[in-house]
Write a protein that binds this ligand. Structure first.
Ligand code: DGL
Length: 279
């Protein structure tokens, strides 16, 4: 038994749907979410820069929250930095593997689209997954940086930008005649329903929530790290928290703006805003 928190990390709000899985299936666990906003977007950085950012932010997490497990709910960080993380930290670390294997199992016409960040789309790791699981299938990779930016910065449900950008991606996927789309960037889960509504009903969208969630649960169980159930008064005392990294160089206005946006997201996912880690 271990009542330390489980941490979930992404560059922004992308990891929240992954956290939601963990929260729903492991309700006794205390959760800490960290949006490494100072280093957003990971997908436009080099592998070395992403690795450094993730190592630094995980060090902060360790110093401030002593997590018993870290779920890296970010495809980009998982693809480039998992090995370095596991060599540096002693707690168990779960990463996201783009759901290429699932896509290969469910496609009917053998044509798959992978929507990812630039870094993931161009990675050797993704090439290896495609070689391993998609022999004889046609796989198209797309670097959808505009979609990452949109989800992170403009999440008004009726945003005209959102309709424009998603409309363009829906057309591109249909032109490629794929029937299965891998959401290989966690940010895209926030627009999954909108994208689905723009695509014909035979399209399937797949992601890695189940795999990451089940792996988290199994690791906690097998290493004797599951939390003891607490009574409700105790758990009210220890809410699940949302932190974000921020730069000392940012203006106060920018930080307040982000605080307001993240407070909205935190509330939607049942977390309390813990505030900014200013670096
Ligand atoms: N959410 C992240 C992913 O799954 C990346 C977003 C970013 O570019 O920072 O890849």
């Amino acid at each position: 038994m271990n009542n330390q928190p489980v941490a979930v990390l992404d560059s922004g709000v992308g990891g929240l749907p992954y956290l939601a899985w963990i929260k729903a299936h492991l309700p006794q666990e205390r959760l800490i979410y960290v949006a490494d906003r100072k280093n957003f977007p990971y997908g436009e950085k080099s592998a070395a820069q992403v690795t450094q950012a993730v190592l630094e932010t995980t060090q902060l997490l360790q110093d401030r929250c002593q997590p018993k497990l870290l779920a890296v709910a970010c495809n980009t960080a998982s693809v480039v930095a998992l090995e370095a993380l596991r060599q540096t930290f002693s707690f168990p670390i779960v990463g996201v593997v783009p759901a290429v294997k699932t896509a290969a199992q469910v496609t009917k016409n053998g044509r798959i689209g992978v929507l990812a960040t630039r870094q993931t789309a161009n990675s050797a790791y993704l090439s290896q997954l495609i070689n391993d699981y998609c022999p004889g299938k046609s796989v198209f990779r797309y670097a959808a940086s505009d979609l990452v930016e949109l989800v992170e910065s403009d999440f008004r449900p009726d945003s005209p930008e959102k309709a424009r950008i998603l409309g363009r991606w829906a057309r591109q996927l249909q032109e490629a005649d794929v029937d299965t789309v891998v959401l290989a960037c966690t940010h895209f889960l926030h627009v999954e329903e909108d994208l689905k509504n723009l695509l014909p009903p035979n399209f399937q969208l797949v992601d890695s929530r189940d795999g990451v969630g089940r792996r988290t649960k199994d690791l906690l169980a097998s290493q004797g790290l599951l939390a003891e159930p607490e009574d409700s008064a105790q758990s009210l005392d220890k809410p699940d928290l949302f932190y974000f990294t921020a730069s000392v160089q940012w203006s106060v206005e920018l930080r307040h703006d982000l605080e307001a946006k993240y407070a909205y997201f935190a509330q939607r996912f049942g977390l309390q805003l813990g505030g900014a880690w200013v670096l």
